[in-house]
Design a binder for this molecule. Structure first.
Ligand SMILES: [Zn+2]
Length: 583
């Protein structure tokens, strides 16, 4: 909006100047002059009309309508019931289900005569993913001559320790030091190069492995973190401890499987997009281990006391902690799906209108409440995936080609952090400078019915509305083609309330168009709004409003065709607002 305000200020100051010239002329009398003034006004009106409406008025011919009618609710539903089926297993990146979905898209593109535009004449742009995984077979802990295995008895929750480690253990209660409350379990203890064992009583879902002790609130944490107050991890880092061992609580014991799965998960990243690790705060981050009840009992056997049976005083143990941890780096692969429909104009076909969606979702969560563990992602973003696929089919079956080429990209890893679109923009398989605009479809299948009182659906659009974001941010022409195509066709309600650099939901940053926009390509993004099943196991194909999806998809297709046939590519006449250029 910042950009828009600046724009209208310029126009009104120009207008003011012209009006004052006109007044001078009138007061300078005579009919001749008055005629001249009228001419001047006429010139101004024409000029301002040109200045504002860069793109010609949009008309949709009956032939064009027929092409868009190649997209049908039935077709969208057929494809979506496949893409969002349990067999696709929630389309996590990377996963077999995602690969299968990619092959399904590629197989259809091939049948419809699309030009593969991925790697080496295929529809697939491969992306190497790296995973630094703990090698459980080469990782174990030894206490008093007894070995305990990784996963069953010990798990690394954070930190990067590898190799062999021998360290003394100190027990420090729940590990919280709060000077304002005279709490200091480390009094008289030297923790340097040692493992701090703490008793974690609380739920594991929160931010802290060891929550604040009873009677301590956020208000008590005054002064400097690390000096005046600290939890075990912060204290360990500030005082050079080798690590923190969280001892099994009742909760941890009862949820060991789920917790170890959560923390045992290795870090995965796109090899070629890897960012340098964040600078260490003060000293290296200590490794945090979770110990099973069995291991904790072995650690404290024969010592001054066992916290698992109620002992609370701090002390240093006599036993050594011998840990041997080995990691191995694995490479797995995933892919974007990329295709081109070549344009008919010998010159303009070099340029492309890009249309895309993300075909991944969040996969399976074995710890999800209830019996349904598969997050099918029918709306997010199965809806965009099959909308783009149906547009491809309708385009391939149309009697004539648009002037410019159309670039189709189905992105992977959007849910992981817009991986696929970042990769495509940094390592494009086509000449990305020739992309004149990108249309992004992420969630267009749900609608809020009259009488729906579910509070989590309050911002969901109804059957005739959709949020449109970003269309005017970089190019006035793109904005007017997006709006004009809709008005001249079904005239749906385009809700632009989120189209604001200060949008607190930050939707602009939350889908793939973002990476095109920062690459200098004007974008438009269609989105139905957050709803009760957003990122939930209930995002199913049978909850989609296919009639709405058909309307939105046909409108986007016509917008795409209008852009493809423009005389000149939309000028980027505005800068992406600085607050939108960085995620
Ligand atoms: Zn999502």
């Amino acid at each position: 909006m910042k950009c828009e305000i600046g724009h209208s200020e310029t126009i009104s100051s120009q207008r003011r100047k012209t009006i004052s010239n006109y007044n001078t002329l009138i007061s300078g009398e005579k009919i001749k002059r008055t005629i001249f003034a009228y001419l001047l006004i006429a010139a101004f009106v024409v000029q301002s009309a040109f200045g504002q409406a860069v793109a010609p008025a949009i008309k949709i011919s009956s032939d064009e309508k027929k092409v868009a009618e190649g997209v049908t609710a039935k077709q969208l539903s057929d494809y979506l019931y496949f893409v969002a089926s349990d067999e696709m297993e929630g389309r996590d990146t990377p996963s077999r289900g995602l690969d299968t979905t990619a092959k399904f898209i590629g197989m259809n593109l091939s049948r419809w005569g699309f030009k593969p535009a991925g790697d080496d004449g295929t529809f697939y742009q491969k992306m190497a993913l790296k995973r630094d995984a703990i090698d459980p077979a080469a990782t174990s802990v030894e206490i008093g001559g007894q070995k305990y295995s990784y996963g069953d008895d010990i798990v690394r929750a954070s930190g990067n320790t590898t190799g062999k480690m021998t360290a003394k253990i100190v027990f420090a209660g729940n590990g919280w030091m709060v000077k304002s409350k005279n709490l200091n379990p480390y009094a008289g203890l030297d923790v340097k190069d040692k493992i701090i064992a703490v008793f974690g009583e609380g739920p594991m879902g929160g931010r802290n492995l060891v929550p604040m002790p009873a009677g301590i609130t956020q208000a008590d944490l005054t002064g400097t973190r690390g000096k005046d107050w600290a939890d075990a991890t912060v204290y360990a880092r500030e005082n050079g401890a080798a690590g923190v061992m969280v001892l099994s609580s009742k909760f941890l014991a009862a949820n060991w499987g789920a917790v170890t799965q959560m923390f045992g998960r290795s870090r995965m990243y796109v090899d070629k997009l890897q960012q340098p690790p964040p600078a260490a705060q003060t000293g290296p981050a200590p490794t945090v281990f979770l110990a099973s009840e069995k291991l904790a009992n072995a650690v404290f056997a024969g010592e001054a006391g066992n916290p698992l049976t109620g002992y609370t005083n701090s002390f240093e143990l006599t036993k050594d902690f011998n840990f041997s941890i080995s990691t191995k780096s694995e490479t797995t692969w995933t892919q974007n799906v990329v295709a081109v429909w070549e344009g008919s104009d010998p010159v303009l076909k070099k340029e492309m209108v890009a249309i895309g969606a993300h075909y991944d979702h969040v996969g399976i969560n074995p710890n999800a409440p209830g019996p349904d563990k598969i997050f099918n992602g029918a709306d997010d973003d199965g809806s965009g995936t099959v909308a783009v696929l149906s547009i491809a089919e309708a385009l391939a079956k149309a009697p004539k080609r648009p002037k410019r080429s159309i670039l189709f990209v189905w992105h992977c890893g959007e849910e992981k952090g817009l991986w696929g679109s970042e990769y495509f923009n940094k390592f494009p398989t086509v000449d990305i400078k020739q992309v004149i605009a990108q249309l992004n479809i992420d969630m267009i299948g749900r609608s809020r019915k009259a009488g729906n009182t579910e509070p989590r659906d309050k911002d969901l659009t109804d059957e005739n509305s959709i949020y449109v974001i970003g269309k005017d941010m970089m190019s006035s022409t793109l904005g007017s083609v997006v709006d004009g195509s809709n008005k001249a066709y079904l005239n749906m309600t385009y809700d632009t309330r989120y189209d604001d650099p200060k949008d607190t939901n930050r939707f602009f940053f939350r889908s793939d168009h973002f990476n095109y926009a920062v690459n200098g390509i004007p974008v438009a993004f269609w989105f139905d709004g957050v709803h009760v099943d957003y990122h939930g196991a209930g995002d199913h194909a049978d909850k989609i409003d296919y009639a709405k999806m058909e309307k939105v998809t046909r409108t986007i297709m016509l917008t795409m065709l209008k852009l493809a046939d423009l005389k000149e590519r939309p000028k980027v006449d505005k800068q992406l607002p600085p607050e939108l250029s960085q995620r």
